[in-house]
Design a protein around this ligand. Structure first.
Ligand SMILES: [Mg+2]
Length: 201
């Protein structure tokens, strides 16, 4: 029987669409696609997720690496935290599972400073029974240690735990440890999936 529901943040509870935001400032979609990949798929971004780099340093690293793109780098670093917005239908699900008596947790690759920001901005964070944030713990998914940390810190039995993530790759270690998983793709109806598992009525 499932007792614990563990949520990823990005693209499960918080939407992150930097491309849409930046396209308000240019019509060059190709440039923006490249720009966003360059920033968010970089080694520096991984170091932010792991909590070994600060946002201020990261901004400076990008500015010195791509001086000709100063405007977009500044725009991105000034505003990107506000590009993270709640996915309302999934927040409703979180509220419902709380009322039904399940424990809920966060397991997310997320930048420490950004977590503080969204945590104080959105009230739904008070619903969780615990959280493992990569930038705080200095380990990232899909490293096995971050899943084990979650289980140990909160005394969770893997077989009683369900993990929801939008990246298939991040579900594998959870599955290996015995947890149930839901791959939350853009076309996934999370409510339906939770009904199938008898978690929601
Ligand atoms: Mg995600």
């Amino acid at each position: 029987m499932i007792k614990n529901i563990i949520f990823d943040l990005g693209n499960v509870l918080l939407s992150f669409k930097p491309n849409e935001f930046l396209l308000k400032f240019t019509n060059d979609k190709e440039y923006i696609d490249q720009f966003v990949l360059k920033v968010t798929r970089s080694k520096t971004w991984l170091e932010l997720d792991r909590g070994v780099e600060s946002l201020e340093n990261a901004r400076n690293i990008f500015l010195s690496k791509y001086p000709q793109e100063k405007d977009f780098i500044e725009l991105f670093f000034d505003q990107w935290m506000d590009m993270l917005t709640p996915i309302e239908e999934n927040i409703e699900i979180l509220e419902e599972i709380n009322k039904l008596g399940y424990q809920s947790y966060i397991l997310s690759n997320f930048i420490k400073e950004t977590f503080s920001y969204v945590n104080s901005k959105y009230s739904f964070f008070s619903l969780f029974d615990g959280q493992i944030i990569s930038g705080v713990e200095n380990i990232i998914k899909p490293e096995k240690a971050i899943y084990e940390l979650l289980l140990h810190r909160y005394n969770l039995i893997p077989e009683e735990s369900l993990f929801i993530d939008d990246i298939l790759f991040f579900l594998k270690p959870a599955k290996k440890l015995g947890m149930k998983t839901i791959w939350n793709r853009p076309e996934t109806d999370l409510r339906e999936e939770l009904k199938k598992l008898d978690i929601l009525p």
